[in-house]
Write a protein that binds this ligand. Structure first.
Ligand SMILES: [Fe+2]
Length: 229
């Protein structure tokens, strides 16, 4: 892993739209959290998001398939409070990497989530994020179901712009920081593995915009309105 290289993280965040800080949380803590997540899911108190084809432009979604359990902000604060402590404690780190006045989310349902992708088709449809800064903490180590990013590229020597495809596999305890508003992304369906991503939403202090239909769509599969309607 080596010394923490802030310039490398800034470079990757700005020019590749994503950077990964490996080993933020020790593996044994991730395993303990994973065990507790699975116990809570088995108790039947966590919503299962399963829908497809509902997304619209207004919520920056291309209408793909969703299949995962979702812990919402209140679930995290009730069952896994240390994930909330991590959320607050990384604000300075996120500000340093993104060179911005990063703030935690003012939306209590969506500020912290866990997306728990079950083996055998756990997935998340192609979308842009609506919050300014997206941060993921991976609790599992995966050899499948990467985060797939589409990065728009251009160069004066080329006639046309092109899309660079980038796949990022979850590494246990790693923190990923992404410009999710600028890059289309999804999670490839799982095959045999479970994948657990803690999703931390950050914003910039001057821009905490969130579409009013967004949480109903993401969490409850309620059809959002289109833009300008
Ligand atoms: Fe996203």
């Amino acid at each position: 892993m080596g010394i923490f290289d802030i310039n490398k993280h800034r470079y990757d965040y700005f020019y590749n739209f994503v950077t990964v800080v490996e080993g933020l949380i020790p593996v044994d803590i991730c395993d303990n959290l994973t065990d507790r997540v699975n116990i809570i899911i088995s108790q039947g108190v966590i919503d299962h998001v399963k829908h497809s084809g509902l997304g619209t432009d207004a919520v920056s979604d291309l209408g793909g398939e969703y299949n995962h359990h979702i812990f919402k902000g209140p679930d995290i604060r009730t069952y896994l409070p240390e994930l909330n402590a991590i959320y607050h404690s990384i604000v300075p780190l996120i500000s340093l990497i993104t060179c911005s006045d990063a703030v935690i989310s003012p939306y209590p349902l969506s500020d912290i989530n866990i997306k728990a992708y079950p083996p055998g088709g756990g997935t998340l449809g192609l979308h842009y994020d609506t919050n300014g800064i997206t941060v993921l903490l991976f609790l599992t180590e995966n050899t499948e179901a990467p985060l797939r990013m589409q990065i728009e590229r251009s160069h004066p020597s080329k006639k046309e712009n092109w899309i660079e495809h980038k796949n990022i596999y979850a590494k246990k305890g790693a923190l990923l920081v992404m410009q999710g508003r600028k890059t289309l992304h999804d999670s490839e369906p799982t095959i045999t593995e479970q994948k657990l991503s803690v999703v931390y939403n950050f914003y910039e202090r001057h821009d905490t915009y969130r579409h009013e239909d967004f949480d109903g769509f993401v969490y409850y599969g309620k059809e959002p309105r289109k833009l300008n309607k």
